[in-house]
Design a protein around this ligand. Structure first.
Ligand code: PMP
Length: 434
């Protein structure tokens, strides 16, 4: 069955398929960190549905919540009508919001994916400000629909101005450290103050508190506070894309909490649905200018996803899993930094909580910290990913040059499991670098 399924999929599916190409396995069972393939092999899953599975696969509280809805006879789909399931979800979600926003928040359910919620956020700030232009950042990833794609830099749209996202390692300004964040902030201010820049009156600014697809780049807290000050002073709504960073992943329930900033709009998806598709945009009531019907869609707020999501949010909050992710992530980053000392092909190790990146470089390169694409590293990263799979470990690649090995394990990861993940990764890097 295993080989046949892989063969048929390769023959029938678009060449655009990505994960299935990189990870030729056939998952048939899963629990917690572990996936079992049709061939009986077991894998430690540090991809977690691209960061969706905060509690890992098939967590009992998630399964119980889904079963309770199924057994209750409640409707599975009623558009956006009020239901007890929806009421619970919104109550649970609002209890997690950063303070000043929580008291005056509005929520809009969007289509099932993160990109739908990004699209909604962009539409909201454009309607609220009556302006068109948007500010987004280099290396950003917001999704694959037209507006989100423009903000990600995947398409050319003069209405999106791209600003420098601070980056310490291989810093584009050639300075690194806090100075790179300072320069990035000054660049943004200069652009907004320049009467000829064409972006003096944008509809909003969208940023990721930690870039995920961009290569696990945590934004410095100071820089985030600068962005908050700059946008507040100019009346520009600030949109935080917490699709990947939310629900405890980075060591705080929402990643913006590390810096203390309160965005005007928060985009949420992935883990909020407890492994089922769900996406929402939450924003300050002052921005709630949408008339009825201004943002519609058939699949907004799936009942099962809201039940699984409410159970997940409650479990993360009640068990302090955000704090736990922060502590365990710091330990893992520390151990990986130790590994980097022994492996010259590891250029950088970084992360926030259980969002961890290992950037690979060509150890033969003259200057492994110089800005720009790291020579030969994408091939090495691919070899590490393969070597990991061979050792029963699923990891994802990312970064502007596909040279970053990314770990997004569930927040329920135990100390022993973390050690097993690190052992296999170290072994894989050793084998691939030979
Ligand atoms: N924003 C961020 C920060 C993301 O990481 C992603 C997905 N990786 C998206 C938006 C898009 O979400 P989706 O793939 O569900 O459309």
């Amino acid at each position: 069955a295993h080989e046949g399924i892989l063969r048929r999929q390769a023959a029938r599916e678009s060449a655009a398929r990505t994960y299935a190409r990189a990870l030729p396995i056939v998952p048939v069972r899963a629990r917690g960190l572990t996936i079992e393939g049709a061939d009986g092999r077991r894998y430690l899953d540090c991809l977690s549905g691209a960061g969706t599975l905060a509690l890992g696969h098939n967590h009992p509280v998630v399964l119980r919540a889904i079963r309770a809805v199924l057994d209750s006879g409640a409707p599975l789909h009623v558009l956006d009508l009020a239901t007890p399931v929806k009421d619970d979800f919104v109550t649970e979600l609002f209890a997690t919001l950063p303070r000043p926003l929580a008291d005056r928040a509005r929520i809009q359910f969007c289509g099932p994916a993160g990109t739908d919620a990004v699209e909604a956020a962009l539409s909201l700030v454009r309607t609220a400000t009556g302006r068109r232009g948007l500010l987004a950042f280099t290396g950003a990833y917001h999704g694959m629909t037209a507006g989100a794609l423009n903000a990600s830099g995947g398409a050319d749209d003069v209405r999106v101005a791209r600003l420098p996202y601070p980056q310490d390692y291989r810093c584009p300004f050639g300075v690194g450290g806090p100075r790179s964040a300072e320069l990035a902030a000054r660049w943004t201010e200069a652009l907004l103050d320049d009467p000829k820049s064409g972006v003096r009156e944008p509809a909003g600014m969208i940023l990721e508190p930690v870039q995920g697809e961009g290569g696990v780049l945590p934004a410095p807290d100071d820089w985030l506070r600068r962005m908050r000050d700059i946008t507040a002073a100019r009346g520009i709504p600030l949109i935080a894309d917490e699709v990947q960073t939310g629900v405890g992943r980075t060591g705080a329930f929402w990643a913006v909490e590390h810096s203390g900033i309160v965005p005007d709009v928060m985009v949420m998806s992935k883990a909020i649905g407890g492994s089922l598709p769900l996406a929402v945009v939450v924003y300050h009531e002052d921005l709630d200018v949408w008339p009825p019907g201004a943002h519609a869609g058939t699949f907004r707020g799936n009942q099962l996803a809201m039940a699984a999501g409410a159970a997940t949010l409650a479990h993360v909050r009640e068990h302090g899993l955000a704090e736990r992710a922060g502590l365990l992530g710091a330990r893992m980053v520390g151990e990986l930094q130790g590994l980097a000392a022994a492996h010259p092909c590891i250029g950088d190790v970084r992360g926030r909580g259980l969002m961890i990146g290992v950037e690979l470089v060509d150890p033969e390169a003259e200057d492994t910290t110089a800005p720009g694409p790291p020579p030969a590293a994408p091939a090495l990263a691919l070899a590490v990913q393969r070597a990991c799979l061979h050792r029963g470990l699923i990891v994802e690649l990312g970064g502007r040059h596909s040279s970053v090995v990314r770990l997004l394990p569930p927040l329920t990861l135990t100390d022993e499991q973390a050690s097993a993940v690190l052992d296999r990764l170290a072994d894989a890097i050793g084998a691939a670098a030979r």
